[in-house]
Design a protein around this ligand. Structure first.
Ligand SMILES: O=C(O)COP(=O)(O)O
Ligand SMILES: [Mg+2]
Length: 234
């Protein structure tokens, strides 16, 4: 088994249900790095959050943030954050939702939207049905994807996803997607697992993700990540 890179989601994969990072995952990712295998963060979180995660762990392969809207790798693209989709449809959806949801818009909007370059996000205190209903008559609905990451509700431009952006980052670095191990926990990870040769679902993952994975971990969260890395990489 040749593994050229390991791509991991953050929340629910290298963190637990409280979003606290698992020491076991940090250690396993560092071991992979010490063997010369780059590790890559692939997340729905904003780029500065993903960047801090990458630096603190020691992931050298770069990052995909905002469910594919943004990529960054030190030393590439003149060291600038790269935005892969323009925001027009998402901004227009925000206007529509402000109108439909009224006070609920601000009440449930994620505190980190101010840093988002391509997406808009709501806390799960807002019912996804209510969000979907409010968007039903939005004229560009077909241009959007709504993800429930298990931690938040994301409205993302359909032209990007975790899979297309990871592929873009890997191709730029001469990494064959067939030799990438992708590890995730939820709906917003489906696209990057599908693109990768080795598709790993942690034990706490949604059934739908387990269904498309090539290996389902016995362990949950970071312990699952460590299990997969120990089993297939180290
Ligand atoms: O941002 C979220 O809602 C979840 O983030 P994740 O994609 O790293 O799990
Ligand atoms: Mg996740």
């Amino acid at each position: 088994m040749t593994i050229e890179a390991i791509a991991v989601d953050i929340d629910g994969t290298i963190t637990d249900e409280k979003r606290q990072i698992c020491i076991s995952a940090i250690e396993a990712l560092r071991k992979a790095e010490s063997k010369g295998i780059p590790t890559i963060i692939v997340t729905g979180n904003v780029v500065n959050y993903a960047y801090a995660t990458e630096v603190l762990i020691g992931c050298s392969g770069g990052l995909v943030a905002e469910n594919g809207g943004v990529v960054f790798k030190e030393g590439e693209n003149n060291n600038a954050v790269e935005t892969l989709v323009e925001r027009a449809f998402v901004t227009s959806a925000e206007e529509h939702l402000k109108d439909k949801l009224g006070d609920k818009f601000d009440k449930h909007a994620s505190h980190d939207n101010m840093y988002r370059l391509t997406e808009t996000v709501f806390y799960k205190t807002l019912d996804i049905k209510e969000l979907e209903d409010a968007l039903k008559d939005f004229k560009y609905l077909d241009e959007l994807e709504i993800y429930d990451s298990g931690f938040a509700l994301h409205i993302t431009d359909k032209r990007v996803n975790k899979g297309t952006s990871l592929k873009y980052l890997c191709e730029r670095n001469g990494i064959n997607m067939e030799n990438v191990m992708a590890i995730g926990d939820s709906q917003n990870d489906e696209d990057f697992l599908k693109q990768a040769g080795y598709k790993i679902a942690v034990a706490n993952a949604e059934d739908k993700l387990k269904d498309i994975s090539t290996y389902t971990c016995e362990n949950m969260f970071g312990d699952g990540v460590a299990e997969a890395i120990e089993k297939f990489v180290l």
